[in-house]
Ligand binder design. Structure first.
Ligand SMILES: Nc1ncnc2c1ncn2[C@@H]1O[C@H](COP(=O)(O)OP(=O)(O)OP(=O)(O)O)[C@@H](O)[C@H]1O
Length: 556
């Protein structure tokens, strides 16, 4: 049986393969430019060799060669620059593509996402960033490390086949030298990367809990533990550096040996062409330059492997399919028939054969003790979870045949604690429907009675609110959320504890806005509140994921 770590590596490789295919054009451009730059370097080297030979008293080169060498050197430099830019562009294209995909998947998973905010942010930011170097530097460099030395060997062989052979041998010895020092580097690098991740995760966690650490007087012990983790990272980093120096030295040694052998051969050659000898000697740095870049970019491959392993479960998961809504129905009837939902097979089902019907324009209040399954009903209707048995129908049609995102188009959702962004109140409302006109935004604000409290603010609806609704009371933030629901104007309204944590006066006002919102729409409200149950509509009691007292179920 494959081990989990082998499975992770396979998934990481599958993701890198898929992305490499998708970004093929982007990655090939810097390779082609690099090949052209190498061709220029070969031309420049040949002309320089002839000019040097002329300086040593041999005929055959003059001003035209000098001008051509300068022109080729300039062209080579321009191609090198273009190659750098193309590499940056390839990295950026990879980053954009992966970040968009990661972000879309994280958003689609919604509140049912198994990942915490920290992990999700690290996936979409740090891990994607680590893959940038793989496509921007590693892949083009690895391809050029194969192509450019082959071009140099071919050029050297035309001038002197034995020098070409010497370079070929040096090239074949390079992987051996890398393997002798580099295999350790792969492991050491991976360990260093893991240790860095652990340290930053721990640091973030402890920074978040700083007040708790201070209250329990644990700050010194924690600082000591962090110090130990930092020391472990230092030791691992030193190991990586040691191996990197070793492999660098091996490469330099190989390069010096190749140079010495070629110099010795041409020195020993009597009556040979001095330009050809100089050409082969001058080719040695050109031969080793791509191999040096290859060694330098090697760590990109290692960090990419770790990042790809973390991203693969998110990005390789199949996207949920389904039908698209043909048109938005003006009114909806929702029916649950024997619906069963289990989050965790080790625990009893959250919904266990739940059946109910909500008619068009009707409001149903789901009541019941904590953990009864009320929010689960809403999550199913939002497409964030799929039931394992039973049927959910919208206007008699199977709702599960729709794509989950299409299901969300049908409804407006307001939770217990709406999330407001750092923006004006107006923009926070418009967020629900960005194409809404200013009049529509104001009408929604009026309907949700947002204007009642913004009238007292000097900038009215344009007042800025802080992250998470900072600067507004719980009741005011809830009104902004209701204004969003008014603006969306969908036939189905789903509300989860919309009056939780509000004082009785504010609750009463919010319930009044809710009544207006639900009017003419089908609404399902999960609520513990006695006032909401009394004023909003028909009540369905749920216990243990089942409807309690089926006699109270809706008829029809
Ligand atoms: N993501 C999840 N993974 C595992 N179990 C879950 C998950 N979400 C909910 N549950 C479990 O499912 C059951 C129903 O939860 P649900 O949130 O639907 O209850 P609720 O009636 O809305 O509760 P509350 O009134 O406290 O919000 C609970 O036992 C809960 O522990």
């Amino acid at each position: 049986m494959a081990s989990p770590s082998a499975g992770r590596q396979d998934a990481a490789r599958a993701l890198l393969r898929r992305e490499s295919r998708a970004l093929r054009g982007r990655v090939l451009l810097p390779v082609l430019l690099g090949v052209a730059a190498t061709a220029c370097a070969l031309g420049t080297t040949w002309l320089t060799a002839r000019l040097l030979a002329a300086l040593l008293g041999n005929p055959g080169a003059g001003w035209p060669e000098l001008a051509a060498a300068a022109a080729l050197a300039l062209l080579g430099a321009a191609l090198g620059l273009a190659q750098e830019r193309a590499q940056l562009a390839a990295g950026e294209a990879a980053r954009t593509r992966l970040r968009d995909a990661a972000f879309a998947r994280l958003l689609a998973a919604g509140p049912a996402a198994p990942r915490g905010v920290g992990e999700a942010a690290s996936l979409a930011v740090d891990r994607v960033e680590a893959l940038d170097g793989y496509f921007g530097r590693w892949l083009p460099t690895a391809m050029l490390a194969l192509l450019s030395p082959l071009m140099v060997i071919a050029a050297a062989s035309t001038a002197d086949p034995r020098s070409g052979l010497l370079l070929l041998i040096a090239g074949l010895l390079y992987p051996v030298a890398m393997a002798a020092t580099g295999i350790g580097a792969a492991q050491a690098s991976r360990r260093q990367f893991e240790s860095l991740e652990r340290l930053s995760g721990r640091f973030l966690d402890r920074m978040r809990g700083l007040p708790t650490l201070v209250l329990f007087n644990r700050q010194e012990a924690e600082a000591e533990a962090l110090g130990k983790a930092a020391d472990e990272l230092r030791q691992r980093t030193m190991k990586v550096l040691r191996v990197a120096f070793l492999s660098g030295t091996a490469l330099e040694l190989l390069s010096a040996l190749a140079l010495a052998c070629i110099a010795w051969r041409h020195g020993a050659l009597e009556g040979g062409d001095p330009a050809a000898g100089l050409f082969c000697l001058l080719l040695v740095p050109t031969f080793f330059a791509p191999l040096r870049s290859f060694a330098a970019a090697y760590h990109e491959r290692l960090s990419a492997a770790g990042a790809a392993a973390a991203l693969a479960p998110l990005l390789l998961a199949e996207e949920p399919g389904g039908l698209l809504l043909e048109e938005m129905p003006p009114r909806v009837v929702v029916t649950f028939t024997d619906v069963r939902l289990t989050y965790d097979p080790a625990r009893p089902p959250a919904l266990d054969g739940l059946s109910f019907r909500v008619n068009a324009g009707e409001t149903l209040v789901l009541a019941g003790p904590s953990g009864a399954g009320k929010s689960s009903v809403l999550r199913l209707l939002l497409g964030f979870n799929r039931p394992e048995a039973g049927r959910i129908a919208i206007n008699g049609q199977d709702a599960l045949a729709l794509k989950p995102a299409e299901l969300r188009r049908l409804s407006s959702y307001v939770g217990q604690k709406p999330h407001l962004f750092r923006a004006s109140i107006r923009d926070n409302i418009r967020f629900a429907r960005p194409d809404a006109s200013p009049e529509q935004v104001e009408a929604a604000a009026a309907a949700a009675r947002v204007l009642d409290f913004t009238a007292g603010l000097s900038q009215g609806l344009d007042t800025l609110v802080g992250e998470g609704g900072w600067g507004l009371s719980g009741g005011q933030a809830q009104r902004v959320a209701l204004a969003r629901a008014f603006l969306r104007d969908t036939p189905l309204v789903l509300l989860d504890e919309p009056t939780a944590h509000l004082d009785p006066g504010t609750e009463s006002e919010v319930i009044e806005s809710l009544q207006r919102l639900c009017m003419g729409r089908t609404a399902i409200i999960a609520s513990h509140s006695a006032a909401a149950r009394a004023r909003l509509g028909r009540v369905l009691e749920i216990t243990g994921g089942r409807a309690a007292g089926s006699a109270r179920l809706a008829q029809g």
